[in-house]
Design a protein around this ligand. Structure first.
Ligand SMILES: [Zn+2]
Length: 304
C-alpha cells in the first residue's frame, strides 16, 4: 500500500492487517511511480486531485496506469471532490476509488469511509457522535437535509472534542445500506461552510463549477477559479485544462468547447464566467491540496 502524509493512523491500521505499507507524501511524483511499480502497490491513499495528476506523470514515463501498474483501489479524500472526479480517477487508473473522510482534529482519515457499495460514507458512530446543523443558526437540520457536520469524540482519552464544528457541509443519507452495516452514512462533502463565494450577490460553491466542467467531454479535471473586480462588479474567471488529446483540435473546435463551457456554467451557477482553455499541464501544480479559488478582489485577497 502507499500512503500520503496525512495517514499515520491509516498506516498503522494497514500494518495491523498485515499489509506492507509505504509512507510517501505528495511531490517527487516519478519516484512515487517507481515505488509503485517496483513494489507492485495494490492500494493507494491519495488526494483526488493528485491521483489525476499522478496519472499524467505515469503517462509521461511511457507507462499505462491500467496495464503497467498493479494498483487495484484508491482511498481518496482530504479535499472535497465530485462524483465526476471519482469516475475520472476510476477510468484513468482502471481501479475502484473509495471516498474517505477525516480531519486532523479527530483522528485524521478514518472518521467515515465508503463500503463496496460506494453509496455514501459510513461514519463510525461507535467513535463519534455526529450531528448536522444549520451553519447559520447552529440548530439541527431536518433528517436528510444538508448542513454542517458537528462531531463529538466518544473514545478519546486525551483532548476530547465536544460538538466540534467541522465547517464541512454534508447530509445523512436516509435509509440503510445494502452492505448491511448499520452505522449511518454521510454524503460526499459538498464544500465548506466558509468556502462559498459570493459573486455579485449570487452564492456559488467551487464544487458546482467542478461538477459542471467535468460533464463536458474534452475538458480536463484541473481548473482554477479567480474572482476579479472590474468596474466595481465581480467577474468570475475560470481557467481549465483540456483533456490531453484535445489541444490539437481546430480553432473552431476549441471555440465550440469554450462556448459550451460558458453556457453550462451560466446555467448551473447563474453567473456568466470568462472561460480560458489551457493545454494540459499549464496550470500550476500544487504539492498538496489543490488551490482551486483565488479571490483577487481588493477587499478579499483570501485563498481557500
Ligand atoms: Zn455500506
Amino acid at each position: 500500500m502507499g500512503f500520503s502524509r496525512a495517514g499515520i493512523g491509516f498506516h498503522y491500521g494497514a500494518e495491523k492487517l498485515g499489509a506492507l505499507t509505504i509512507p510517501i507524501g505528495p511531490g517527487n511524483s516519478k519516484r512515487q511511480i517507481w515505488f509503485m511499480k517496483e513494489f507492485k502497490t495494490t492500494a493507494i491513499h491519495i488526494l483526488p486531485s493528485y491521483a489525476l495528476r499522478l496519472a499524467t506523470h505515469v503517462s509521461e514515463m511511457g507507462l499505462d496506469p491500467r496495464r503497467d501498474l498493479s494498483v487495484r483501489m484508491a482511498f481518496v479524500g482530504a479535499e472535497p471532490h465530485t462524483e465526476e472526479t471519482r469516475q475520472r480517477i476510476e477510468q484513468t487508473w482502471n481501479i475502484k476509488a473509495y471516498n474517505s473522510y477525516g480531519l486532523s482534529e479527530m483522528c485524521g482519515p478514518g472518521v467515515a469511509f465508503e463500503c463496496p457499495e460506494q453509496s455514501g460514507m459510513h461514519l463510525w458512530e461507535d467513535n463519534f457522535l455526529a450531528e448536522i446543523v444549520d451553519p447559520a443558526t447552529g440548530m439541527p437540520v431536518d433528517d436528510g437535509a444538508c448542513g454542517e457536520l458537528v462531531l463529538t469524540s466518544l473514545n478519546r482519552s486525551g483532548t476530547p472534542l465536544l460538538r466540534y464544528r467541522t465547517r464541512d457541509l454534508t447530509r445523512f443519507i436516509p435509509g440503510t445500506c445494502p452492505c448491511g452495516r448499520t452505522h449511518r452514512r454521510i454524503d460526499r462533502i459538498q464544500g465548506r461552510s466558509d468556502d462559498m463565494m459570493i459573486i455579485n450577490g449570487v452564492n456559488i460553491f467551487p464544487l458546482q463549477i467542478e461538477q459542471t466542467l467535468l460533464r463536458i467531454p474534452g475538458i480536463g479535471a484541473n481548473y482554477l477559479i479567480e474572482i476579479h473586480e472590474e468596474n466595481y462588479m465581480d467577474k468570475l474567471h475560470v481557467s481549465v485544462e483540456l483533456a490531453s488529446d484535445q489541444f490539437q483540435g481546430t480553432l473552431s473546435h476549441l471555440e465550440g468547447l469554450q462556448g459550451r463551457a460558458v453556457a453550462a456554467l451560466r446555467d448551473e451557477i447563474g453567473v456568466t464566467p470568462v472561460v480560458r482553455l489551457l493545454e494540459a499541464g499549464n496550470l500550476p501544480a500544487a504539492e498538496g491540496k489543490a488551490v482551486r479559488v483565488i479571490d483577487r478582489r481588493p477587499h478579499a485577497g483570501k485563498e481557500c
